[in-house]
Design a protein around this ligand. Structure first.
Ligand code: HEC
Length: 106
């Protein structure tokens, strides 16, 4: 039986997209936009931000903590936290925000 090439190509690219999607690297720039929208009322999320809530750690200070990993922050953000509103962020959003916080350590 001859292989139907166009169908084969479509099937392979669909499969590849399905595999790559969830593994795609988190997008720190997207995370920055999310942080500025959802987190900046309390946290200082960027170096050009002048005011935040004094009792709240800045994202840069969180990034510089000894045990910091993007995975731990993403995980933290998936659970509602007593002092923080439950923002019901998606997995992709928590990964993006964690990736953004990670670059602040540098
Ligand atoms: C209503 C204010 C408020 C908002 C909005 C807020 N936070 Fe927080 N966040 C806090 C406070 C207060 C703490 C310190 C909690 C503590 O010390 O227990 C904190 C702590 C944290 C921590 C450190 C947790 C740790 O390990 O000590 C992270 C990470 C964090 N917030 C991320 C975020 C992100 C990301 C957003 C936006 C999606 C956000 N926060 C929005 C108030 C807020």
């Amino acid at each position: 039986m001859p292989i139907n090439l166009p169908t084969f190509v479509v099937a392979v690219s669909v499969a590849a997209t399905a595999c790559v999607g969830p593994v795609l690297a988190a997008d720190a720039r997207q995370g920055e936009a999310l942080a500025k929208r959802w987190c900046a009322t309390c946290h200082i999320v960027a170096s050009d931000q002048t005011s935040g809530n004094a009792a709240t750690p800045t994202f840069a200070s969180i990034a510089k903590r000894p045990g910091f990993t993007p995975a731990a922050v993403a995980n933290f953000l998936r659970d509602p936290h007593p002092k923080m509103p439950d923002m019901a962020l998606s997995r992709a959003e928590t990964d993006d925000i964690a990736a953004y916080i990670a670059i602040l350590a540098k």
